[in-house]
Write a new protein. Structure first.
Length: 318
């Protein structure tokens, strides 16, 4: 894998032929350098691209960040941009230019579905994200997982938004970065997606009934607030130890999430609610005000500050 990435040197697109060249499916991996499952799945498919139902376009993203020492530990290049936030038409960064070039290559193709493969830094089950109707996207997500999170939030400049402008798409969070099982799940789901004759009849990758959640927004740490995990962290905000074990667990009102000094440290972005409708930040404690299901909780301070501490969601009836 490392030799292959060094040979690439940077972002790359691959176009593979399938049984039906009138249709195209799109897959991306490695938009974040510290999320190796997408790199591994795409590399495995390139080594054995057998039985593809349609033509397939594969994107490997932030190769340079992945190659920094230690390997697969840097989300972005030092001082660089998040490659999953540069897919707007006017992004002035070098990665924005790469994104525009990718979209130009995709423009003439009849894309029928797409998937963007990621990992989490915290402990999470495999789950998918949709920014559109869950009923339509659920068969696509089921190639990997039965958990689907609907996130109809504000524009963030993600690749998924560009996929959805053309065809049904999902982001798949394949499990924790560095876990060999996450790599296995990513590749197995990718092959189910790309070999199925009909994207609405894909083989199920995870047993059990479907579970659907709706995001209420992203819980973000104010930029001036120092963040740590555990009561001895010595930072202004001290999130409880091993909080990522609560991902996809419904937390009752009054659950303690952390303690802080000074002004309330958390805000809610990308939703219609104020953070005060979900979390109480009083007396130096942060507690839930309503039942919530956290998603993407992390115990990595750098990731929490760069992206978010977690997404707030609620369970929906299917």
């Amino acid at each position: 894998m490392e030799t292959f990435l060094r040979w690439l040197g940077g972002p790359a697109l691959f176009h593979l032929r399938g049984r039906d060249s009138s249709r195209v499916r799109f897959v991306s991996g490695g938009l974040h350098g510290n999320e190796p499952s997408g790199f591994h799945a795409v590399h495995a498919l390139l080594r054995d691209p057998s039985d593809l139902a349609t033509d397939t376009v594969l994107l490997l993203g932030n190769v340079q960040a992945a190659l920094l020492e230690p390997r697969f530990s840097n989300r972005v290049l030092p001082g660089g941009q998040d490659m999953n936030r540069v897919w707007g038409d006017d992004d002035p960064t070098p990665l924005g230019a790469v994104a525009r070039q990718v979209l130009e290559e995709l423009a003439p193709l009849e894309i029928e579905a797409g998937a963007d493969l990621h990992n989490n830094t915290g402990y999470n089950p495999v789950y998918a994200i949709s920014i559109c109707d869950g009923a339509v996207r659920r068969p696509l997500a089921r190639a990997w997982t039965r958990k689907l999170v609907l996130y109809p939030g504000t524009y963030m400049g993600t690749l998924l938004e560009q996929i959805e402008a053309r065809a049904p798409g999902v982001v798949v969070e394949c499990g924790q970065a560095g876990d060999p099982e996450a790599d296995r799940v990513a590749e197995a789901g990718l092959r189910r997606f790309l070999t199925a004759e009909d994207v609405e009849q894909i083989e199920t990758g995870e047993p059990g009934p479907p579970q659907t959640f709706r995001s209420l927004g992203r819980v973000v740490v104010r930029p001036e607030v120092s963040l740590g995990f555990g009561s001895e962290a010595g930072t202004a905000l001290r999130v409880i130890h091993a909080i990522d074990r609560w991902n996809f667990v419904e937390l009752p009102p009054g659950t303690l999430l952390g303690r802080f000094d000074g002004e309330p440290p958390l805000v809610l972005e990308g939703g219609r609610l104020d953070v005060g409708a979900i979390l109480a930040q009083e007396g130096g404690e942060i507690r839930t005000l309503r039942p919530i299901v956290p998603v993407m909780l992390t115990t990595n301070p750098e990731v929490a500050k760069l992206d978010c501490l977690f997404y707030v969601s609620e369970r929906l009836e299917v």
